[in-house]
Design a binder for this molecule. Sequence first.
Ligand code: HEC
Length: 121
Amino acid sequence: MRGTLAVFIFLLFLLATADLGRAQAKGDAKAGKTKYDQLCAGCHGTKGKGDGPAAAALNPKPRDHTDCKGMAKESDDSLFKVIKEGGQGAGRSPLMPPWKASLKDPDVQNLVAYIRSFCKK
Ligand code: HEC
């Protein structure tokens, strides 16, 4: 009987930690919005369409984050990497700045979650 209980507790533990992992990976879109409006909207536009005031001078322009089809081709990992390492670090335009010096990983995850929220189906 004791063995069964131990297995049961172990399974509960696994479930609990798996859940934590998911919550972290998802990020908090609401918290992401605050940072996005401060740091990113100038180029990416407040609605994520890639039409911020500074975007006119950019070539290539930031992608339209409301384009569900185009965004589906980007994994969360690749978005995370572009934000952290910048365009240059991810093999894209160096005009996308790296943010690893000013943003922590959870901030970047929140930003990924917020960027994902621009695609409304
Ligand atoms: C100075 C302008 C500028 C700022 C500020 C900026 N970006 Fe970008 N960003 C770009 C450009 C230009 C690209 C396109 C790079 C490419 O396609 O080669 C880009 C690309 C990206 C991409 C990859 C997908 C895409 O749109 O092409 C993500 C994700 C992204 N930026 C997120 C952010 C986040 C989050 C912030 C704020 C923390 C931010 N950017 C701030 C200019 C900017």
